[in-house]
Design a binder for this molecule. Structure first.
Ligand code: FAD
Ligand code: NAI
Length: 469
């Protein structure tokens, strides 16, 4: 006989596991089905984010930055390092340990919240309220589809995870490649390009678009391009790839740009990071009539309701930014809607963070978006080179930029490039959630000496009254 649950969640990534926990907290009986297997063949909860995404990439970003600092940064502080050596195997082992701690943490949370876990591929059965996992059939009043996304392959250059790597292989190279090619100068290209450059690879990134980091504020993107070039990342824009050929030990990428008719990039490994595709294969979506859009995402309304009653979808498998915290917000909100509550997710205040050094973070509109929308605004900027704490850290590249409405002064967007930008942006998110003004931030006491003073100064600069500039 089928086991019955109030809610069955398909997918145990950040969207799915948070939805399951919140639903259980609200008193529902909950099951979560997830098929991920760790290197040991055992279930590994947490999805892309925990296993081959956010967590391992941040572990390697930190380790590689430590290596870079020990090799090139410490001397300025009067700390001499002799005999510096890279132990890549240990670095990867530590990364795997951090991943495992997170996997185990979610398993613990499921037990604590009495979420039943089923390991295997979940699919719709004869009806949308019937979920099959291996030989089991689960009966569900509500189903939440949280199946996430996978790396998009470049036609003619399928992933083999040996020479042509997705984010999976790119987080597990046993040796530092001498020449690393990357296709796509998006978030993964920049983060993982930074990791392997710091560890000694010569990194070339080929980007199709003519503008660098088009989603970011143009001023920040320009500053970032200069900093990355200085660090040694060779980023080529406006690239059209014509052919990728693989030999025994290397990959050659033929491409052209507007200026150069034909060029070849020879590399020892090639990372392809050109975006991600939603995971709906094997769900039997067609069988039960679950509507997908033309790009294969599960079609949902603003509240994550699908075309089927009592079937919801969240996270990377639906429209919107592919970010773990966006998936989590949607997961918690759907659980609350099922419980009859009326939660709200504000998509305008979902922050972005790129964990390069310096970090890049933003929330709200960019200056180019405001111009395109014809919204009158005032801008205030403050460089970290004028911030005492940033100077003391020895990390004074970058700036904070506030964009506020010209008449009401409401904060419309905040953009940060600099140390701990990912932490600093939280202040802007809070202010925007409360529809705060730049004047509000300028009137708040910020501790000295902190990086957060650059937030206050940029807010003051909107009214041309920065104090330390
Ligand atoms: P996923 O995390 O993809 O989880 C989906 C789960 O469902 C997986 O475990 C999958 O195996 C399982 N599944 C799929 N189909 C089935 C099925 N039929 N039956 C059972 N199980 C199934 N985002 C950030 O916010 N910050 C970051 O720093 C960040 N870094 C990233 C770095 C990299 C290299 C990558 C690739 C991504 C990164 N992301 C980051 C994006 C983030 O990982 C995703 O936005 C997030 O994981 C989406 O969560 P999700 O729950 O929707 O899906
Ligand atoms: P992306 O969308 O960030 O970047 C892909 C880049 O590849 C774009 O600049 C695009 O123009 C380029 N591109 C596409 N086709 C191309 C082609 N044929 N040739 C050359 N360039 C091409 O996607 P990415 O980096 O794969 O990451 C996927 C998603 O994962 C991100 O969008 C983000 O949502 C998430 N992520 C988030 C992180 C974070 O929050 N810090 C870190 C890493 C990933």
């Amino acid at each position: 006989m089928a086991q019955s649950f109030d809610v069955v969640v398909i997918g145990g990534g950040p969207g799915g596991y948070i939805a399951a926990i919140r639903a259980a907290q609200l008193g529902m009986t909950v099951a979560c089905v997830d098929e991920w297997k760790g290197a040991d063949g055992k279930p590994a909860l947490g999805g892309t984010c925990t296993n081959i995404g956010c967590i391992p990439s941040k572990a390697l970003l930190q380790s590689s930055e430590n290596y870079e600092q020990a090799g090139h940064g410490f001397a300025e502080h009067g700390v001499k390092v002799k005999g510096l050596e890279l132990d890549l195997a240990q670095m990867l082992k530590r990364k795997d340990k951090v991943v495992k701690q997170n996997n185990d943490g979610i398993t613990y949370l499921f037990k604590k919240n009495k979420v039943a876990f089923f390991h295997g591929r979940g699919s719709f059965g004869a009806s949308p309220s019937e979920i099959r996992v291996g030989k089991e059939t689960l009966s569900a009043t509500h189903v939440i589809v949280a199946t996430g996304s996978s790396a998009r392959a470049l036609p003619g250059a399928e992933f083999d995870e040996k020479l042509i790597l997705s984010n999976d292989g790119a987080l597990a190279m046993a040796e530092v490649p001498k020449r690393l090619g990357i296709i796509g100068a998006g978030v993964i290209g920049l983060e993982l390009g930074s990791v392997w450059r710091r560890l000694g690879a010569q990194v070339t990134i080929l980007e199709a678009l003519p503008a660098f980091l088009g989603a970011a504020d143009e001023q920040i993107a320009k500053e970032a391009a200069k900093v990355f070039a200085k660090q040694g990342l060779d980023i080529q824009l406006g690239v059209k790839i014509s052919k990728v050929s693989v030999s025994k030990k290397s990959v050659s990428v033929q491409y052209n740009t507007e200026d150069i008719s034909s060029k070849v990039l020879e590399c020892d490994r090639l990372i392809v990071s050109i975006g991600r595709v939603p995971n709906t294969e094997g769900l039997n979506a067609e069988g039960v009539g679950l509507k997908l859009d033309e790009r294969g995402f599960v079609e949902v309304d603003g509240d994550c309701r699908t075309s089927l009653p009592n079937v919801w979808a969240i996270g990377d498998v639906v429209r919107g930014p592919m970010l773990a915290h966006k998936a989590e917000e949607e997961g918690a909100a759907v659980a609350e809607r099922i419980a009859g509550r009326k939660p709200h997710v504000d998509f305008n205040t979902v922050p972005w963070v790129i964990y390069t050094a310096p970090e890049i973070a933003w929330v709200g509109k960019t200056e180019q978006q405001l111009k395109a929308d014809g919204i009158e605004y005032r801008a205030g900027t403050f460089p970290f080179s004028a911030n005492g704490r940033a100077r003391a850290l020895g990390e004074s590249a970058g700036l904070v930029k506030f964009l506020a409405h010209a008449q009401t002064d409401e904060i419309l967007g905040v953009h940060v490039m600099g140390p701990f930008a990912g932490e600093l942006i939280a202040e802007a998110v809070v202010a925007m959630e409360f529809r705060g003004s730049s004047e509000d931030i300028g009137m708040i006491c910020h501790a000295h000496p902190t990086l957060s003073e650059a937030m206050k100064e940029a807010a003051l600069a909107v009214d041309k009254r920065a104090l330390n500039l």
